[in-house]
Every structure is written in C-alpha cells, then in structure tokens.
Design a protein around this ligand. Sequence first.
Ligand code: 13P
Length: 343
Amino acid sequence: MSTMTTLLETAQAMVAPGKGILAADESAGTIKKKFDSVNIESNEANRRAYRNMLLTTKGLEQFVSGVILFDETLRQCALDDQETPFPKCLADKGILPGIKVDAGARDLAGFPGETVTEGLDGLRDRLAEYHDLGARFAKWRAVITIGEDIPSAVCIDANAHALARYAALCQEAGIVPIVEPEVLMDGEHSIDQCDVITEVTLNSVFTALREHEVLLEGIILKPNMVISGSNCPEQASVEEVAGATVHNFLRNVPAAVPGIAFLSGGQSSEIATAHLNAMNALFDPLPWELSFSYGRALQDAPLHAWRGDANNDLSAQKALYHRARCNSAARTGTYTAEMETAA
Ligand code: 13P
C-alpha cells in the first residue's frame, strides 16, 4: 500500500463515525501536576499503573479510535501476565496508537510571554523508531497566548513553520500528524478576541502546511474552540461557542482536511462535551468530521476515581467509559444532560 493511501486511511480511521481520540500523552512535568492534584507520587510504576487502567478499559474501542501516548508509555507493557506492550494492547482492540513528538513549548527569544514549540532536531529518526514501535499517528502542540500586545505575528508564524516541518516529516514516515495550534483560553479576553486570533493562527498554519507540501487529506487538525477567556467576565453560551467555532472554521479550514478533533483546553468535562454536541447538532452537514481529542475532559473523572489505588481501577474505568460514551454521542449531536444523571 502506498504511503499516501496509508495516511488517508489512518486519518479517516482517527475520525471514524462516533469515535474520537483520548489524549494520554502528558509529559513528565504535566503528569506530575496531575498526580499532585490527587496526592499520587509520579514515579514510573504509578504512571504505568495509571495508563494501564485507562488503556485496558473494557469497551473503550466503541468510542475511541486512537490514544496519544508519551514516549515512556509507548515503551511500557501492560500489567498483564504476558506483559503486552501498550501499543499492542491498543492495536489488538482496533485502537490506533499515537505518540506525542514535540519537546514542549519554550520561551521565544525576544518575545516576552510567548513560546515556540521545539523538537524538530532528530525528528526523522525518532519517527522511524516510533513507527517501528507501532505508532500510526503523532501530535505536536503549538501554544498561542492572548494577552496585552500578544500574540505577535512572529510567534504565530514561528509556530506554524514548526508545525509544517513536523507534519511533512510525519507524512514522509507514514505517520498521520495531528496539527495542534492551541490558542489558550487562559486570560480575560472575549470570545471575539479568541475568534480573531484563532483565524490569524489557522491562516498562518495552513499557509505553512501548503508551502511545505503537506497532504491536507492526511492530517487531523486539533484546535481550540472559539470560546471566552476563562477569566472573561462575560462567558459565551454553549450555542454561541458552537456557532462562533463552526463559522470560523468554515472560513479557515480547507474542506480537504478529514477531521477536526478539538482539545478541551481547561473546559470542564461536561461543558467540553456540550460544546462538541451543539456544533454537531446545529451544523450538519459539514465538510469535515467534528470530533474530540480530549485530555483533561476525558481523564479528570477517572483520575479522581482512581487516586493511585488499583482497587479503584473498575470505578475509574467506568468513569472513563462514561465520558467517552457521552463524547461519542456528541459526535452526532445526540448527547443529553440526562446521560450524565442516568450514569
Ligand atoms: P486537553 O484536552 O486537556 O486540553 O489536552 C489535549 C491535549 O492533547 C493538549 O495537547
């Protein structure tokens, strides 16, 4: 099978009807913060036990097409008798293993308060190894902050350029790139400011992707929703967020892109589901699949149920299964508040 066919098939499988992506690719620093919040020590054994709990959830494959892993997890084995490598556990259930390949956002020299995501050095060789280890898609997250006099065009364009170089390298390796330009919701900005910055960012990203000859049919876009800043006194309604997001994307995301899988970005789990649901309920048909690639909005409930104790594995898995099921319903606009109370 040609590399192009592989990319198209993988990208379509990632946004298959009723399914979305579980982001479980927290770097060492991020998982430590998550574990700190529930008093779990972040060591290799606990991280493995936690990811084991998530990834062995029965029936997850009904709602989850792929899981993004961190380098450490891609190399670890499940806590079963056969010591099955995690990527194989997922593949055996028909879930695509993915890998975070960026090395994190670092201060952008000369531009206080702004970052550029690093990790291009040696990426071609790392991608080849990740493919051998079973990864079929990858993720790179760029971070754009809204504040006084920021973001700058330099920051947006530097991040777009890095995303395009990353995406081209992924496709060369037969790996579908998740292209993630995240305009942070942290701040006091209005939904209108988020709308403008998201538009400028998406335009810069797609210009760079075209310049680098990235096959748009073989990527998944992972953006923020168009949403009020978390400290903005006026919070847009669910319908306003859905409308602003879809209209923005209709203007700025080419129809060749098979799917848009949103990040949750700090929204509560239920609001993140409600936003996705409203988009799919109010706008149909759309040129691309509108799906989820949530980290916090899928993991907060199971993490709090688990709390580092294997005796809680089943209740934590129930919590993950429930959130995945609700988000699956949101893919077709059929999520209801009653689904929460019934659970
Ligand atoms: P959140 O859904 O918690 O924003 O995480 C998604 C993600 O993968 C960020 O890169």
